[in-house]
Design a protein around this ligand. Structure first.
Ligand code: SAH
Ligand code: SF4
Ligand code: F3S
Length: 468
C-alpha cells in the first residue's frame, strides 16, 4: 500500500525557517529581545503543539514569558472538546483587549482545535477585533509566515482552510519539562465517535514514519529525558496508513529496546483497536510502564452503539481481564461520559457497575456536551440537566471511594518511582503506573529513579519514604 499522507516538503519548511530568521533580524534591528506567551487548553496533543509553537517563536528571536502582560506576541492554543472549554477561551481572549491596550504593539494569535470549526473561527475574526491572526491545527507549521504578515506587513492573518491533514517533520521545539517529553506518533482520528469534534478539527489519521519517531526518541534519551509519552488520539491504529507492516505494538517494542534508562508511556488507546499483542509487548519490555488509559465512555451496550464505539461491554471487560492476566500490577485509567443523549437511569447504572467491576485507579469524568456538527448534537436529549448532574455526582463519589481504596492497597509496598519535581517542601514522583507520590527528600534526587516505600494514601496521591 502506498503512503497516503503528504509530507510538508523540505522546501516549504525551509521557507518558514527563512522567514523566522528574517523576523529574528527584524527584532535585532530594534535592539530588543521580544517576549512571547503561549497559553494552552485541552489535551497533551495540544501541549505538544504548543511546544512546537514555542520552538518556532524561539527561532524567530523571541524569549518566553509566563503571562500575557509583558508579551509582544500572545498565542492562545484552544480546545473544542466541550462547550465549557470554548467558553473559557472566549472569555480569556476577550479579556486580552485590556492587556493589548496597555501594550499597543502586542500581537495576538488564536489557534488550535476551536479554529478548526469554520463558524467559530469566523466569530473570532469578526467579534474579537484585537485578535491579529487565527489558524487551525493543519496550519501550525506556517506560523512564522502568519507572524510575518501581522508583525512586518501590519495585516491580519488567517489560515483556517480545512484539510485531511499532512505531516510536518523537524519543526523546532522547546519542551516545557526537562525530564518528560511528549512525542506525537500520529495525528487526527478516523473514528467519528458520535459525540466527538476531534475528527472534524484534526483531520484524518496519519502516522509519522517509525524511523522519524525512533530518531526523536533516541535524541531525547541522549539529552537525558527519563520519560517519553507517545501521543495519538488512537495510538492503536498507528501505522495503518503507512502500509509498512509496522503496527503500534511493533513501534512500542522498537522504542523500548533503545539503550538508556527511561520509562515509556502512551495515550490514548481505543478499546476497539487495543490488541492482545500490545499487552504482550508491554509485559515483555521492562521499559514500558504498566499503565493503560483505556476510555470506556459507557458501560451500556445500547449507548456504546449510539456513540459509534464499535465494542461492547463484554469485549471491554475481556481486554481488562487479559491485561491483568499478563501484568498483574497494571494500572488502568479511563474516560467516561455521563448523560449521553437518551441515556436512561438504568443505562447509567450499567456505567456504575462497570466501574465497580473494573476498579480503575483513576477516571476522567465528563458530562455530555453537544458539539455543533456532530451526530450526537442532533439526537433527542430529554434528560434534564439536574438529573445529569446528579448522575455525575454519584459517579464521582463512587470513583473517589475506589481510588482511595486502591491507593490504600499500596501502603507497605516498595516501588520504583521517578522523582520529577517539588510541591512545597516535598518531592513529587510518579510510579510506573503513573500514580502521584509525595515524600521528603533531597532535591538532588529530581530526575532519578529511586525505590520508595508507600506509607500513606489519599484519593489523589500516595505518601512515601525513600528506600526499601
Ligand atoms: N481520543 C481519545 C479521547 C479524546 S477526548 C479517545 O478516543 O479516547 C477525551 C475525552 O473527552 C473522551 O474520551 C471523552 O470521554 C470526552 N469527550 C469527548 N467529546 C465529548 C463531548 N462532546 N462531551 C463530553 N465529553 C466528551
Ligand atoms: Fe474522539 Fe472517538 Fe476519535 Fe477519541 S476515538 S478522538 S473520542 S472520535
Ligand atoms: Fe481538545 Fe483538540 Fe485535544 S479538541 S482535547 S485540544 S485534540
Amino acid at each position: 500500500m502506498e503512503r497516503k499522507t503528504p509530507l510538508i516538503s523540505a522546501e516549504d519548511l525551509r521557507r518558514q525557517a527563512e522567514i523566522s530568521d528574517y523576523i529574528k533580524s527584524f527584532w535585532e534591528g530594534q535592539g530588543k529581545t521580544p517576549l512571547a506567551y503561549v497559553e494552552t487548553y485541552g489535551c497533551q496533543q495540544n501541549e505538544a503543539d504548543s511546544e512546537q509553537l514555542r520552538g518556532m517563536l524561539e527561532r524567530c528571536g523571541y524569549g518566553l514569558t509566563d503571562g500575557p502582560e509583558d508579551a509582544d506576541v500572545i498565542v492562545i492554543n484552544t480546545c473544542a472538546i466541550r462547550e465549557h472549554a470554548e467558553q473559557r477561551v472566549f472569555g480569556n481572549v476577550g479579556a486580552l483587549v485590556h492587556t493589548k491596550r496597555r501594550h499597543p504593539g502586542q500581537k495576538i494569535f488564536v489557534c488550535g482545535c476551536m479554529m478548526g470549526q469554520p463558524e467559530v473561527a469566523e466569530r473570532m475574526k469578526k467579534s474579537y477585533v484585537h485578535v491579529d491572526g487565527v489558524f487551525n491545527p493543519h496550519h501550525l507549521w506556517q506560523f512564522p509566515e502568519l507572524l510575518y504578515r501581522v508583525l512586518i506587513r501590519h495585516k491580519k492573518a488567517a489560515a483556517t482552510e480545512n484539510s485531511d491533514g499532512a505531516i510536518a517533520e523537524g519543526l523546532p521545539v522547546v519542551r516545557t519539562n526537562r525530564l518528560k517529553a511528549w512525542v506525537s506518533i500520529m495525528y487526527g482520528c478516523n473514528n467519528f465517535c458520535t459525540y466527538c469534534i476531534v475528527p472534524y478539527v484534526r483531520g484524518r489519521e496519519r502516522s509519522r514514519l517509525p524511523e522519524d519517531i525512533l530518531a526523536e526518541c533516541r535524541e531525547l534519551i541522549a539529552q537525558g529525558y527519563k520519560e517519553i509519552t507517545l501521543l495519538g488520539q488512537n495510538v492503536n491504529s498507528y501505522g495503518k496508513d503507512l502500509g509498512l507492516g509496522v503496527d503500534f505494538a511493533d513501534l512500542l517494542a522498537s522504542i523500548a529496546k533503545l539503550d538508556g534508562e527511561f520509562v515509556l508511556r502512551f495515550m490514548t488507546s481505543h478499546p476497539r483497536d487495543a490488541s492482545r499483542k500490545l499487552f504482550d509487548v508491554m509485559a515483555a519490555h521492562p521499559k514500558i510502564a504498566h499503565q493503560f488509559h483505556l476510555p470506556f465512555q459507557s458501560g451500556n451496550d445500547r449507548v456504546l452503539k449510539a456513540m459509534n464505539r464499535h465494542y461492547d461491554r463484554a469485549q471491554y471487560l475481556s481486554l481488562i481481564e487479559y491485561g491483568r492476566k499478563v501484568m498483574p500490577d497494571i494500572v488502568f485509567t479511563s474516560d467516561v461520559i455521563v448523560g449521553f443523549p437518551g441515556e436512561t437511569a438504568e443505562e447509567f447504572e450499567d456505567t456504575l457497575t462497570l466501574i465497580e467491576q473494573v476498579r480503575f485507579d483513576a477516571l476522567f469524568t465528563f458530562i455530555f456536551s453537544p458539539r455543533p456538527g456532530t451526530p450526537a448534537a442532533r439526537m433527542d436529549d430529554p434528560t434534564p440537566k439536574a438529573e445529569k448532574n446528579a448522575r455525575f455526582d454519584r459517579l464521582v463519589a463512587l470513583q473517589n471511594r475506589i481510588s482511595e481504596e486502591k491507593h490504600r492497597d499500596y501502603i507497605g509496598r516498595t516501588l520504583r518511582v521517578l522523582v520529577d519535581g517539588t510541591d512545597g517542601d516535598q518531592l513529587t514522583a510518579r510510579t510506573d503506573g503513573g500514580r502521584l507520590v509525595r515524600m521528603q527528600g533531597d532535591k538532588e534526587l529530581i530526575g532519578k529513579f529511586i525505590s520508595a516505600t508507600i506509607t500513606d494514601a489519599t484519593t489523589w496521591s500516595l505518601v512515601a519514604e525513600i528506600g526499601a
